[in-house]
Ligand binder design. Sequence first.
Ligand code: SF4
Ligand code: SF4
Length: 257
Amino acid sequence: MSDNGKPKVGIFGLTGCAGCQLNILNIEDHLLDILGLVDITTWVMAKQENSDGPWDIAFVEGSVAKESEVERVKKIREKSDVLIAIGACATHGGLPAIRNMRDIEEMKETVYGEQTSHLDVIPIKPVSHYVDVDAELPGCPMDKMEFVRAVMALAMKKTPQVPNYSVCYECRVNENPCLLDEGKFCMGPVTQAGCDSLCPSYGAACEGCRGPIAQVNWGAEVKILKEMGATADQIRRKFLKYCPSTADMEDFQELTL
Ligand code: SF4
Ligand code: SF4
């Protein structure tokens, strides 16, 4: 704890676009409330002077994509009582993990030619692959209000909770017409809720950015999309877009498309 009695917080970024950190900066309406609850002692994106720990709570954005990031995330874990992974990259590998579907040596050479010896890239994994994670706030980017609720819960020494039902449930609550009925390849039935069915509410199919629900039924979703005319390649790309690194996705990869 800081001298002022507030929990010390560190916010960190690994490989990603930094959009989740930016989303925290964009919580204008609640930023002062958050600063009333916690003491952000480390946040390179937003502060000039940053502590080297320890922290009561660490928020980690981004996937682990380099050897140096494995060491970094382990150090953050060692120095933090609670570690929360924020955003799809940290929770599921996210968009950077599309790289895992290609040959890494070939990609290095394509981008950098023969000058690749300085690159310490490794197959991309979520944070939980390397260290214990106390809670995950998924999404690309992480939902701002879910972050606010998480900070409030942590300040009261509670574990943040995210919904364990699918985006379809939120669509029903919001009285959205089902996009599958409109012929759109929607991932809502297999995707963890918590975004208030953001995309379907604007008529866009869910892309699955919050990752799969627990005990996901991949087979049923594959059957629906196939009946709608989706090709095996379209289904594979859709399913692997945000989460090619997680155990659930490994189950999916075993399905015959
Ligand atoms: S639009 Fe998508 S998320 Fe909404 S009910 Fe239909 S399948 Fe589910
Ligand atoms: S509807 Fe799907 S893609 Fe859109 S924000 Fe929610 S989980 Fe992400």
